[in-house]
Each structure stands twice: as structure tokens, then as C-alpha cells.
Unconditional design. Structure first.
Lengths: 153, 457
């Protein structure tokens, strides 16, 4: 019971993080709208995008995110196909299938966004990608935590 | 008999006494109403003798356009009486068309040096608006007010009387001039080689779509400057933009905007390219609307031109880059003029979220600007028209910014600098330029010398 309670508390925490990632995604869209109306915001984003391009959204890292997404999609699909085997061993409080589905969706979105990165005309595009990376990362962490619970059951 | 004589004498005394009393009251009133004040005037000769008298201040209540040099009353010479201060009668009204309150009016007058301890002389073209201003001054407590009823028309007719004007006043047009141009009335100084009116603003044509001068084309500043430093685009792209908008080297181009710094940015680049007749609408779109002229909302598509006519840039001296800016710093007769707010000049702020370094180019002098990167109060009147050029020149002179020097104006990315540049151009200054890279480009190289704090000299 105690572990169930602990898991439920963590579930609330992850739900909150998922909510934040949704807000971040919406803010990314909002930033694009604002940038089209304000020269100051537009130019500020140009400057910040340059910093991103030299750091967490460098060409090399984008390549890693892209192929990582593809690999994760592949693994997730395999796990889903063999879901009965995994259901026997995974913590029943943990909706791992839901998490996997979210990971597949988010990784697909990330793969697509990065594939079209150099063709995009949206100034807030890098920030939308960051929000999707954040959302995907939350799901990865959630999945790993779910398996840790399973291990400690 | 004696009784009749006494009555007759009494009646005569009373009649004479009544006549004396009524005669003394003629021309004076105890009524505090301004309409009843006695009018004091000054003749042309008297005014001419007092031009250098510091106890006198002369107010020109005509429009800014007339003050600058446009001849709208058939006067022989354009401009203003030498030493006169501009105070268009329209400035006494607020945006709603109502008379400003006394406190506002007094502050405005005093900001222009019109103080009640001096004798104020008021004039306009032919005397029509003088009394209105006299009444306002009297109501504010200005006791010594004189009307120069003969007006500028008479003054200008005598070549021996000193006048002053903005040297290139015709490049700063006013709404009625643009209206006459649109109506094919061939206004004064129009060269007759075709014209284009451009509304200049950044990004989407939001303001343009809400309403623009009939026939005007929208120019997005992203077509004339590019990231990452927001310097001018390549000469090929400038030419492409000009031809797309149907502009050749001899087209008369009138630029305006909701914010005229954008228009000035367009003006400096077009002048650099080689457009010979570039003009700004003084006061921008607001001046057009306040003039009561109609606007349209339909977007205009220009007919492209085939050839510009001269090699771009025809005037490369008008816009310089970092290499030339460094040369000016070492030139004894050169000045880099910072057109940024005082806080930016001191290095208290960079002024922009996307420019991190604070400070100024070492050796640059301060050319005034405004309260922040998006305002230019030191260059504007309350109605957003160009500030009195004498006042601008005085601000510059205080920092040894004079026309004999080689001057390059700079700001963050070139907009404010372009406005100062255009004002210097209007004043007939010749050795002037815009340093395109500005503080943004200069501050990106850590090896470039920078200063912070109050200047030493």
C-alpha cells in the first residue's frame, strides 16, 4: 500500500510535468505569433536561436536527437507488440502502455520537426522543438521510473 | 432768472462730467476676459531693431512647414524671421482638438524658451492667427506681448531683413503637399519625373492595412536590412527592392510611417543607393490623418521598373561600415556620433534584449536621442514633426558636432542614426554618414575599444 501511495504521488508529479510541457509547446506557438508582430521579439529570437544553434540545437546534436527518436520508436513498437510478456512483470499501477504510446507520438513529432529544421521559416521553430524534446524526456524518465518500481516491487 | 441759470449750469456740469468719464473709459476694461485686452503691436522697423535683444522672444505661429521654408502665403522668401522660435498655433490643441490646459501650455512654451519675463512678439504669415496666440499668452499671465501684424509676408518682401530657413526644406514635405501630388497638381519643387509614396514599417503590413495614404506602397524593412546584425542588404538586393517598387534613380520617393525612424532608415539606404529625390513626410502618418485627409485600406501593387539608371551605390559615402568608422575615430576632423539614449551612452543599459554588451564606442560623442531605444524626443516636436533645426544644431554644438567635420551617426542597428543623418542632410550638412553596424556590430568584437560612464571631456 505504501508503495502504491508513493507511486500515486509520483504520478501526480509526472502529470504536472506533462502539463508544463504542454504549456511550453503552446508558448512556442505563442512566441511565433508574437515574433511576427514585434520587431524586438523577432530580433531577440534571432539572437537566441544563434545561441541554441551553437549549443543544445547544434547540427551534431540535432542528428543525435533525430536518430535517437527513430531508435526509440522502433524499440517502443517492438515492446508494444510483445506487450503481454511485459505486462506480467511490470508494476500494475504503472500505465506503461500509455507512456510508450506517448513516447512514440512525441518521438515521431520530434523526428519530423528535426527533418524539416533547415526548411522552416518559423522564427520560434527551435523553441517548439525544445518543448517537444522536454515532453519526450519527461516520458522517458517516467518510463524508466516505472521500470524501477517494477524492479523494487 | 437766477434759479433757471443755476439749473442750466448744473445740467451742463453734469453733462461735461459724464462726457469726461465715458471718454476716459474708452479702450480700457476692468473685465478679466481676454477678448477685451488692448492690442499692442510692433512695426517691422521696431522688430528689426530688436532681433538681438535678449529681452525679446519672437514666436512664429505658422506651421512647421512654413517655418522651415515652404512658401504657402505667396511670400517672396521662405523660412522664418532670424531668431524666431517655432510654435505652431496647432500645438495649443491636444489630440482631441481641445485647448491644452494652462499648465501644459506654460510648460510647452517655457520648454521653447518663451518665458513671461521677456517681451513676446507673435507673428504669422499675414496676421490672421496672431490674436489667438496673443489671447492665449495673456491668459497665461504673459504681460508683455506684442503683435507683429504685418506678418512674415511683409518681412520677407524686404531682402534686407534677416531670415533663416532649413536648407533642404523641400525634402521634408507636409500633408497638403502630398495631397497636391496625388491630385496631379504639380506642387512646388516636384521634379515631375514620377513619384512613389512608401509606407515603411517592420514586418507584416499591419498599420498599412489599417489605413494608408492613397496610392502608397508598403515597404517591409526586412527587405532593406538582414540578420544577424540588421545591416543593409547587399547592393543587388537593394536594387531588386527598388525595381520591384518601380523606383529608379530619378523617381521622387516620399517615405513615411507610423514611426518615422523606419522611414528614415529607408531614406538613408535609398539615398546611399542613388535615389536622388528622397523626401520624408514630416510627422508621419499621424500628420496625414490629423490633416483630415482620406486614407485607403486597399493594398497597392507597384509596377516594377526595368532599370535603376545608375550603378548602386551611387553615394557610398552615405553609409559606412566598421572599417571606415575606425578611420573616423583616428581622424582629427571626424566624429562618431552616438544617437542613443543617455543611459545607453553611459553604458547603464545596452538598450536591447538581444545586445548584451553595454557601453559606447570609445571616442564617440553624444548626439542626443530619446528616453529609450524606441523614442527620439530630442529630435521631435510634440506632434512628431521634426524638431526646430536650430535646437538640434545647438544640442550637437554642445558636443562639438559641427558641419565642418566628417560625421558618422550610429545607434544600435541604424534606425535612430538614420533619422539624425536625414536631419543633418536637411540642414545642408555635407560630410555625413550612417555607421551601419552601430553598437551591435562594434560590441561583438571584444577587441574594439569601448567606454563606460561619464565622458572625461
Amino acid at each position: 500500500m505504501f508503495k502504491a501511495y508513493k507511486y500515486k504521488r509520483k504520478k501526480m508529479f509526472f502529470t504536472m510535468l506533462e502539463f508544463i510541457s504542454l504549456i511550453l509547446f503552446i508558448m512556442g506557438i505563442g512566441l511565433q505569433i508574437l515574433a511576427q508582430r514585434s520587431m524586438g521579439i523577432y530580433r531577440d529570437l534571432v539572437y537566441r536561436n544563434q545561441i541554441l544553434a551553437e549549443s543544445i540545437l547544434s547540427h551534431k546534436l540535432l542528428w543525435i536527437y533525430k536518430w535517437n527518436s527513430l531508435i526509440v520508436i522502433g524499440i517502443s513498437i517492438v515492446v508494444l507488440i510483445n506487450n503481454k510478456k511485459f505486462s506480467l512483470i511490470i508494476n500494475p499501477y504503472f500505465n506503461w502502455i500509455g507512456s510508450l504510446l506517448k513516447i512514440i507520438i512525441l518521438s515521431s513529432i520530434l523526428y519530423t520537426l528535426i527533418s524539416y529544421y533547415h526548411l522552416n521559416t518559423w522564427i520560434a521553430y527551435p523553441w517548439i522543438i525544445l518543448s517537444v524534446i522536454f515532453a519526450a524526456a519527461i516520458q522517458y524518465i517516467k518510463l524508466i521510473y516505472g521500470f524501477i518500481l517494477t524492479k523494487n516491487r | 432768472m437766477n434759479k433757471k441759470f443755476s439749473v442750466l449750469a448744473l445740467i451742463m456740469i453734469l453733462a461735461v462730467g459724464f462726457g469726461i468719464l465715458t471718454g476716459c473709459s474708452t479702450g480700457k476694461t476692468t473685465d478679466s476676459s481676454v477678448d477685451a485686452t488692448e492690442k499692442a503691436t510692433i512695426t517691422t522697423n521696431e522688430l528689426a531693431e530688436r532681433l538681438d535683444d535678449e529681452r525679446f522672444v519672437i514666436i512664429d505661429v505658422r506651421t512647421s512647414a512654413e517655418y522651415n521654408g515652404w512658401k504657402l502665403n505667396g511670400e517672396k522668401r521662405g523660412g522664418h524671421i532670424k531668431g524666431a522660435i517655432d510654435f505652431p498655433i496647432a500645438w495649443t490643441l491636444n489630440d482631441e482638438g481641445q485647448r491644452r490646459n494652462d499648465k501644459e501650455l506654460k510648460e510647452l512654451l517655457e520648454s521653447k524658451g518663451v518665458t513671461s519675463d521677456k517681451t513676446t512678439v507673435v507673428y504669422d504669415g499675414k496676421g490672421e492667427k496672431v490674436q489667438e496666440m496673443v489671447d492665449i499668452l495673456k491668459k497665461l499671465g504673459y504681460e508683455n506681448v506684442l503683435s507683429y501684424d504685418a506678418g512674415l509676408v511683409e518681412w520677407a518682401s524686404n531682402e534686407g531683413l534677416p531670415m533663416d530657413n532649413l536648407v533642404n526644406y523641400e525634402k521634408l514635405v507636409y500633408p497638403q503637399w502630398v495631397k497636391a501630388l496625388i491630385n496631379n497638381e504639380n506642387p512646388d519643387t516636384y521634379l515631375g519625373k514620377g513619384y512613389k509614396i512608401l509606407e515603411v514599417s517592420w514586418g507584416e503590413p499591419t498599420d498599412y492595412n489599417r489605413g494608408h495614404i492613397p496610392g502608397a506602397i508598403h515597404l517591409d524593412t526586412n527587405k532593406i536590412e538582414e540578420e544577424p546584425l540588421w545591416n543593409r542588404v547587399s547592393n543587388e538586393d537593394i536594387e531588386k527592392m527598388l525595381l520591384e517598387n518601380g523606383i529608379t534613380h530619378d523617381t521622387t520617393v516620399i517615405l513615411y510611417g507610423a514611426d518615422n525612424t523606419a522611414a528614415a532608415r529607408g531614406a538613408s539606404i535609398m539615398m546611399y543607393a542613388g535615389v536622388e529625390d528622397v523626401r520624408l513626410l514630416d510627422g508621419g502618418y499621424k500628420a496625414w490623418v490629423d490633416g483630415g485627409f482620406e486614407v485607403e485600406t486597399e493594398a497597392q501593387t507597384p509596377t516594377p521598373a526595368k532599370e535603376f539608371g545608375v550603378k548602386i551605390p551611387a553615394h557610398p559615402e552615405y553609409i559606412i561600415d566598421t572599417k571606415e568608422a575606425k578611420e573616423i575615430l583616428t581622424d582629427e576632423n571626424g566624429e562618431l556620433v552616438s544617437i542613443r539614449s543617455w543611459a545607453e551612452y553611459l553604458g547603464e543599459t545596452s538598450g536591447y534584449t538581444y545586445i548584451k554588451p553595454k557601453g559606447r564606442i570609445a571616442g564617440a560623442v553624444w548626439g542626443h536621442a530619446g528616453s529609450d531605444p524606441y523614442h527620439m524626443e530630442d529630435y521631435r516636436n510634440i506632434d512628431n514633426t521634426m524638431r526646430n533645426f536650430h535646437e538640434i544644431a545647438k544640442n550637437w554644438e554642445d558636443w562639438e558636432i559641427t558641419p565642418e567635420k566628417k560625421l558618422a551617426f550610429y545607434c544600435g542597428t541604424g534606425w535612430r542614426a538614420s533619422e539624425a543623418f536625414f536631419d543633418a542632410y536637411l540642414m545642408g550638412w555635407e560630410n555625413i554618414a550612417v555607421y551601419d553596424g552601430g553598437w551591435y556590430e562594434w560590441s561583438m568584437d571584444e577587441n574594439n575599444p569601448v567606454e563606460i560612464g561619464e565622458p572625461k571631456k
